[in-house]
Design a protein around this ligand. Structure first.
Ligand code: F6P
Length: 545
């Protein structure tokens, strides 16, 4: 299937015609015409409730989008992913994050080998290790129990663990501290360790490849920091460092005993790995049982995506609506607005998941696409965002579809504050959909000159996802919902959502620039005039220091 066949397909053209015909349709009009809309345009799956009624879409829209999904082979591709086919074509790999949460009884074959027993063997080792650390049985080099865990990693080897730790803090060991170091900016490491005692600190070095500049640099800094505090005895490394990687050779080279290594597999993409051994810090924080609950949530959403009918399939609906705005309304971004402070890192996590996956400009066969692919995902927790960027969503000139995420029960009730939080979420979706018309503004006694400034045109589309409570299980369902929504979009665009070649160029160039900043002798610079001048300026400042 080439790029051309999408934009010239009958299904695409039908959607374009339908979009033109909908011109002038308002959410108010849609709700006025159908009193059942708010209870009809909803779907439930794996404990999540999705209200998609406040979208600029009719039954016909949804029907046409479903036809597009069918014609683009979304279901065939989904089944191929679950089966372990090598659908990551540019890297010739299976895409099997769903195997990470498959129950022991399942069988999933990669190259004829059932991977489920391997997944559970690693989970069991992680659990045994976590129990030892959490109980104090695992001792540091000087005999003290571990009180601090620092996970070192970047991108997919960091964002998931950070997000999950923040999201599930309520369930975490409060007598231990958990920190995360990702940036090659030395500040990150220095600030994370400044008040810690190495005798009580465990480092988890997380890197799929174990060659990533940032992670290896920070891991070496951690090793030096540790050895300096522990009297330089190399044997301390075994007690204070464990690794999570697919690359045993590099782990050994670094000096970590592979007995202290937790593996995963090339069929787990970095941004799809928070439920693999990369989540070891999550398991240490919340315990093995709660970690397995989280996997149960992921699996429940996997099953929903695999088996629920198309018209009630949450990831499919969300993926299709995203296509609708991205490709027909030319919306460039999607705002994700969790009304939960615990989910403060969820938008950042989603940025890698969505944009590293679907930020692609060619189809699987290498043809340049002639349609927009991955939208920009961004967001902040509510209600904070309301006092910051919501103004632009309400009255700006851009269409920004929003996902509102809320919880029916608070984990940390404080008087009636949760009601206030949820009232704000619900009110925002209402305000965005129906706005405030000039006649309403005038009726409030607003002078004519001020009326245009106070008008909110409405018609701003939103999804609302309601969840009973934030738990390890519901977090799993929520993450898997977005993973599969990303999958649906990528399948329709016919791109490889599982590679990330675009990040390589910057890495290669940085490796070239590093010696040019450091060399004592003036290097011969062959870059453009801007890059050359920046290097020279930095060198001069470095010399003057
Ligand atoms: O730079 C992008 C990337 O390759 C991500 O895809 C990945 O999650 C991250 O770097 C970290 O890679 P690794 O786990 O191999 O250190």
């Amino acid at each position: 299937m080439s790029a051309k066949t999408l934009s010239t397909s009958a299904e695409w053209k039908a959607l374009a015609r339908h979009w033109r015909a909908l011109h002038g349709t308002t959410l108010k009009g849609l709700f006025d015409a159908d009193a059942t809309r708010g209870t009809r345009f909803v779907a439930d799956g794996a404990g999540l409730h999705l209200d998609y009624s406040k979208n600029l879409a009719t039954d016909e829209t949804l029907g046409l989008l479903q036809k597009l999904a069918k014609a683009r082979g979304v279901f065939t591709r989904r089944d191929a992913m679950f089966r372990g086919d090598k659908i990551n074509e540019t890297e010739k790999r299976a895409v099997l994050h769903v195997a990470l949460r498959a129950p022991r009884s399942e069988r999933i074959l990669v190259d004829g080998v059932d991977v489920v027993p391997e997944v559970h063997a690693v989970l069991d080792r992680m659990a045994a290790f976590s129990n030892k650390v959490r109980s104090g049985e695992w001792r540091g080099h000087s005999g003290k129990p571990i009180r601090n865990v620092i996970s070192i990693g970047i991108g997919g080897s960091d964002l998931g663990p950070v997000m999950a730790y923040e999201a599930l803090k309520h369930y975490s060991r409060r007598d231990m501290s958990f920190r995360f170091v990702s940036n090659v900016d030395p500040t990150d490491f220095v600030e994370a360790t400044r008040d810690l005692d190495a005798e009580e600190t465990l480092f988890i070095v997380c890197s799929k490849t174990f060659t990533t500049l940032e992670t290896l640099t920070n891991a070496h800094a951690a090793r030096d920091w540790c050895l300096q505090q522990l009297g330089g005895d190399e044997r301390a490394v075994a007690k204070h460092f464990v690794a999570v990687s697919t690359n045993a050779t590099e782990v050994e080279k670094f000096g970590i005993d592979t007995a202290n290594m937790f593996g995963f597999w090339d069929w787990v993409g970095g941004r799809y790995s928070m439920d693999s051994a990369i989540g070891l810090s999550t398991m240490l924080a919340i315990g093995p049982d709660a970690f397995r609950e989280m996997l149960g949530g992921f699996h429940a959403m996997d099953e929903h995506f695999r088996t629920a009918p198309a018209e009630k399939n949450l990831p499919l609906l969300m993926g299709l609506l995203s296509i609708w705005y991205n490709n027909f309304f030319a919306a460039q971004t999607v705002a994700v607005l969790p009304y939960a402070q615990y989910l403060k890192r969820f938008p950042a996590y989603l940025q890698q998941l969505t944009m590293e996956s679907n930020g692609k400009h060619v189809t699987l066969d290498g043809t340049r696409v002639d349609y927009a692919t991955g939208p920009i995902y961004w967001g902040e927790p509510g209600s904070n965002g309301q006092h910051s960027f919501y103004q632009l969503i309400h009255q700006g000139t851009r269409l920004i579809p929003c996902d509102f995420i809320g919880f029916e029960h608070a984990l940390t009730p404080l008087g009636g504050q949760h009601d206030l939080l949820m009232a704000n979420l619900i009110a925002q979706t209402e305000a965005l959909a129906f706005g405030k018309m000039p006649e309403q503004v005038r009726a409030e006694g607003t002078p004519d000159w001020l009326v245009p400034h106070r008008v909110c045109a409405g018609n701003r589309p939103t999804n609302t996802i309601l969840v009973e409570r934030l738990t390890p299980y519901s977090l799993g369902t929520l993450v898997a919902l977005y993973e599969h929504s990303v999958f649906v979009q990528g399948a329709i665009w016919n791109i490889d959502s599982f590679d990330q070649w675009g990040v390589e160029l910057g890495k290669q160039l940085a490796n070239k620039v590093i010696p040019q900043l450091r060399d004592a002798r003036e290097p011969k610079l062959g870059h453009d005039s801007s890059t050359n001048a920046l290097i020279r300026r930095y060198r001069a400042a470095r010399k003057a220091n």
